[in-house]
Design a protein around this ligand. Structure first.
Ligand code: F6R
Length: 261
């Protein structure tokens, strides 16, 4: 794992966008794993800007989102399909047929989960998986005690996740209690994992995930197993990291980061 601490929210977003843009330039038919949530809004705005102003090309890319609420149709403004359409898909030149999210309305949820895994496999696997982190340490909706080898499956949302996301619903009581999420094992199979965390409310969980012992109680700790995982934080989200000087040293010395120093 590498941890990169940027001086501001926007520079953390920009560096994350740079890595995604480089992946798209290197391999236009890259398979991207995508996340939703408040953190990603600024990132998708930046990617949309680069498409508009710099011609960043999404036309051959394929995407798989981490998760979707069970019981929300794609046209529901709180569904993750709707979120992706408004924040990214409608703002870049991606082919909608190559964008994938689990179907939260599927009659047979178990079969939908198996099919989603199959689709990822048929696409050749995920090259670059973007991740946010919940205050409880979840990645995707892998709530505490999610098996570190888990696959795409339906998952009951934890009370604190419901508390975190319910204010986004016009009537908080309408927030679904379950979601389909890629498993921790599914995420760990991506070629590269890229986590973006910003703001002081993430400081504690970022420190525990990167520096704490690995535990199913905090699914983000499983990223310590991944051979190529980059965690990008702003000063606020990085504030509780104890080995900060070491992470800065790596950043100063790894050739990959030279253009950003
Ligand atoms: C959603 C997802 C979640 C979020 C996490 C952080 O697709 O993967 O793990 O990344 O809940 O959400 P925000 O950014 O709203 O704090």
């Amino acid at each position: 794992m590498e941890i990169v601490i940027r001086e501001s929210h926007q520079s953390a977003v920009n560096l994350t966008a740079d890595i995604i843009a480089n992946a798209l330039r290197k391999r236009p038919d890259v398979v991207l794993g995508l996340a939703t949530g408040r953190t990603m809004e600024a990132l998708y705005a930046e990617l949309a800007r680069r498409h508009r102003e710099e011609g960043l090309d999404f036309s051959k890319a394929t995407t798989f989102n981490l998760d979707e609420y069970i019981g929300l149709p794609p046209e529901d403004p709180n569904s993750y399909r709707y979120y992706m359409k408004t924040h990214l898909f409608d703002r870049v030149n991606i082919n909608p047929d190559r964008t994938h999210l689990p179907d939260g309305m599927a009659k047979n949820i178990e079969a939908e989960c198996a099919l989603y895994e199959q689709r990822i496999k048929s696409a050749g696997g995920i090259d670059l998986q973007l991740l946010g982190i919940g205050r409880s340490g979840h990645i995707g909706f892998n709530e505490p005690l999610s098996a570190l080898f888990s696959r795409t499956r339906p998952k009951a949302l934890a009370p604190w996740t419901i508390q975190q996301n319910a204010p986004l619903f016009p009537d908080p009581s309408l927030m679904p209690r379950r979601a389909i999420t890629m498993g921790v094992g599914t995420i760990l199979e991506a070629g590269r994992c890229l986590m973006l965390a910003t703001g002081d409310e993430k400081a504690e969980v970022v420190a525990k995930s990167a520096e704490g012992p690995m535990t199913a109680m905090l699914s983000a700790t499983a990223l310590q197993l991944h051979p190529q995982c980059t965690v990008i934080v702003d000063e606020e989200a990085g504030a509780r990291l104890t080995n900060r000087e070491y992470y800065d040293w790596v950043f100063e010395n790894e050739p990959e980061w030279e253009p950003y120093r």
